[in-house]
Design a protein around this ligand. Structure first.
Ligand code: DAH
Length: 339
C-alpha cells in the first residue's frame, strides 16, 4: 500500500504537470479524487490495514491526498489566470487611436443676441422682468394708452383667443404690469416672445423683443438718447453711428425711431441696408404721462423713458442674414453658418 501511495503521488504530479486544458484537468481530477478515483479507493482500503500500521499509513495517505489536492488547485489557478489574461488582451482598448471627433453645439443666434443685449443692459443697471405671452387686451393695449378705438391698433395684426385675450403683440404689455407693482425709481428690461399675424422676409409670426423701461424723478429724452447710443455701440462696435428720427407710439410722447449705421458695410451701403447705410432697429420715447398716471404713478413727480428692440432683427443685422424666417426653420446648415 505504501508503494501504491508513493506511485500515485509521483504519477499524479507528472500527469497534472502535463495537462493542457481545463477539461482534461477536470477529468484527471475525477480519476484521482472522484467517487471511484484512485485515491478514494485507497482511502476505502484503509480498513484492511493492520492496526499497528494504521498511524503511519494514515499519515502517508493524508500527505499524498494533500499533495494531490494542492497540485490540482495550483493547476486550476494557473488556467484561471491564463484565461483572465487572454480576456484582458482581447478586450483591450487602444487609447492612442484617433477619435471620431465630437460636434460642437452653439447657441441659437436669437438666444445669443438676447444674452448679449441682457448683459449690456444689466451692466447699465437694469433688472430683468418677465410677463405672460398669453396676455389680456388690457395690458397689451388699454393700459399703454391704446384703447379699443385707437387707430394705432391697426399697426399690429393681433392673434386673439377671445375679445379680451390674445398672444401679446409687444413686450410693452409688461410696462403696465411693472408700473402697477413696482415702486419708482426702477429700471427694467423685458426680453420675450411676441406674436403678430405677419410673415415675410422681415417678419415672422413669432418674434422676440426686448423692452426697456426707466422710471425716475428726473429722466429725459437726453438720457434716453445717451443710453441708447451706449447700448448700440456696445452691441455693434464703438464706431457705430446712431441716428434718431421722430416717430409715433401711443405709449410715448415724444417718440423716436432709432437707426444704426449698417454693421455689415459700416455705412457705405450694401444689400442688407439697401444702400442707405443705416438700419432701423428700435422704437423708443419718453413715457407718455397718461400711461404713468393710468398705471398709478404720479406723472407730476415721475418721468420715464422706454424702448423696444427687435431681437431677431438685431441678430439679422449682426450676422448679415436677410431672411428672418431662416431663424426659425431650424435648418442645421444655417445654424452652423451663424455660429
Ligand atoms: N412696442 C413697440 C413695437 O412693438 C416698440 C416700442 C416702441 C416699445 C417705443 C417701446 C417704445 O417701449 O417706447 O413696435
Amino acid at each position: 500500500m505504501e508503494q501504491e501511495l508513493k506511485k500515485i503521488k509521483f504519477e499524479a504530479g507528472e500527469a497534472i504537470e502535463k495537462v493542457e486544458d481545463k477539461k482534461s484537468l477536470a477529468e484527471l481530477k475525477l480519476s484521482y479524487l472522484g467517487k471511484s478515483g484512485k485515491l478514494t479507493a485507497i482511502l476505502k482500503g484503509m480498513r484492511d490495514v493492520p492496526s499497528e500500521d494504521r498511524p503511519r499509513i494514515g499519515a502517508l495517505v493524508n500527505e499524498v491526498r494533500t499533495f494531490v489536492e494542492e497540485a490540482f488547485s495550483a493547476k486550476e489557478q494557473e488556467f484561471l489566470q491564463k484565461e483572465l489574461e487572454e480576456k484582458l488582451q482581447n478586450e483591450k482598448v487602444d487609447i492612442t487611436l484617433p477619435s471620431k471627433g465630437t460636434k460642437r453645439g452653439a447657441l441659437h443666434p436669437v438666444t445669443s443676441m438676447t444674452d448679449r443685449l441682457v448683459d449690456i443692459c444689466v451692466n447699465l443697471g437694469f433688472s430683468v422682468v418677465e410677463g405672460p405671452e398669453i396676455e389680456s387686451d388690457y395690458y397689451n393695449f388699454e393700459a399703454v394708452n391704446t384703447p379699443k378705438s385707437h387707430p394705432a391698433r391697426d399697426m399690429q395684426d393681433s392673434f386673439y383667443f377671445t375679445d379680451n385675450v390674445l398672444l401679446r403683440t409687444q413686450t410693452t404689455a409688461v410696462q403696465a404690469r411693472a408700473m402697477e407693482t413696482m415702486k419708482p425709481p426702477f429700471k427694467i428690461i423685458v426680453p420675450g416672445k411676441t406674436y403678430r399675424n405677419d410673415s415675410d422676409a422681415t417678419h415672422s409670426p413669432m418674434f422676440n423683443q426686448l423692452e426697456g423701461l426707466v422710471v425716475d424723478e428726473n429722466v429725459s429724452m437726453a438720457d434716453l438718447k445717451n443710453m441708447l447710443s451706449i447700448m448700440m455701440k456696445r452691441l455693434f462696435g464703438e464706431d457705430t453711428r446712431v441716428r434718431f428720427r421722430p416717430s409715433y407710439f401711443p405709449f410715448t410722447e415724444p417718440s423716436i425711431e432709432v437707426d444704426v449705421s449698417c454693421p455689415q458695410c459700416h455705412g457705405k451701403g450694401c444689400k442688407l441696408c439697401k444702400s442707405t447705410g443705416y438700419l432701423e432697429l428700435l422704437g423708443a420715447g419718453v413715457v407718455n404721462p397718461k400711461v404713468l398716471d393710468f398705471n398709478g404713478i404720479n406723472s407730476k413727480k415721475y418721468k420715464g423713458f422706454a424702448f423696444g428692440i427687435g431681437i431677431d432683427r438685431a441678430s439679422m443685422l449682426f450676422t448679415g442674414n436677410t431672411d428672418m424666417r431662416s431663424l426659425f426653420k431650424n435648418d442645421v446648415r444655417f445654424l452652423k453658418q451663424s455660429r
